[in-house]
Design a protein around this ligand. Structure first.
Ligand code: GDP
Ligand code: MG
Length: 236
């Protein structure tokens, strides 16, 4: 039986975790869930610590301060390697990535794909709760990333992804440039260079109902710049 690690990067997601972790375990009972929390002021890590007492499949990695989404996913990837897992899946902890898509994602990976993207931009994919300008912004970023980084995949800016851990082992992640949101595009760029086989499965994305987005204009602009530097090879 393959070992599966599902990672959740959290910053102030205490309200969202009880229902989300319940749904994930319902969908993939054999999986472990790792919460990578950056000492959220709302006490997310306290909830996890309490829950772990009666749920051994739940794990916590607490870091001293907010270090960015990319760096949290990197830490979870290291955990997957060290822990001897076979498949690594990441999803946002705000409920935007419904766990009902996990089995399809995992099945696709088991078919032999190295990276499976939970995609809003393939037929059957949907976005609920976004305004037209927000949708246009995401489309533009994706178009830009495809062009600058030479990616063929459609959804390059979402974090709902499954990776074969054997592939992660081949990837020297010390050379990673982006610690924030641009990590998501950079990851695909690096894995493509390693010859990874990509697949996308449609998902229905839902905007978070509780809490706040951590993506602000400064983060977004810095992501655009980093993608350019990575794509042009100005930063190696
Ligand atoms: N550990 C950690 N998690 C983060 C950080 N920034 C964002 N996240 C988490 O990453 C996920 C996506 O962030 P979110 O704010 O929903 O971004 P958006 O969906 O692009 O608006 C959520 O689970 C956040 O809690 C961070 O600096 N550290
Ligand atoms: Mg979100």
């Amino acid at each position: 039986m393959p070992k599966i690690l599902i990672s959740l990067a959290t910053y102030n997601e205490r309200e969202n975790l009880p229902e989300l972790t319940r749904q994930i375990f319902l969908m993939i009972p054999e999986a472990d869930i790792l919460v990578v929390d950056d000492s959220s002021p709302d006490g997310t890590a306290d909830w996890v610590r309490e829950r772990i007492k009666s749920e051994s499949r739940l794990k916590l990695l607490q870091r001293p301060g907010k270090m960015g989404l990319g760096s949290a996913i990197l830490a979870a990837m290291d955990y997957a390697e060290t822990g001897g897992y076979d498949f690594f899946i990441n999803l946002d902890a705000d409920g935007s990535h419904p766990p009902r898509f996990l089995p399809a994602m995992l099945n696709k990976a088991k078919e032999g794909f190295d990276v499976v993207i939970g995609s809003r931009y393939v037929p059957g994919g949907k976005i609920r709760g976004w305004s037209l300008p927000r949708k246009m912004m995401s489309r533009t970023i994706n178009f830009y990333a495809r062009w600058v980084l030479g990616l063929k995949t459609r959804d390059n800016s979402g974090s709902f992804r499954c990776c074969r851990v054997a592939l992660l082992r081949k990837w020297d992640r010390t050379a990673i440039i982006a610690a924030g949101y641009a990590f998501l595009e950079e990851m695909l760029f690096r894995l493509k260079k390693l010859g990874a086989a990509f697949a996308e499965i449609p998902i229905e994305f839902e905007e978070r109902r509780s809490g706040q987005s951590k993506l602000n204009i400064r983060e977004a602009l810095s992501a655009l710049l980093l993608i350019l530097l990575i794509g042009t090879g100005l930063r190696k």
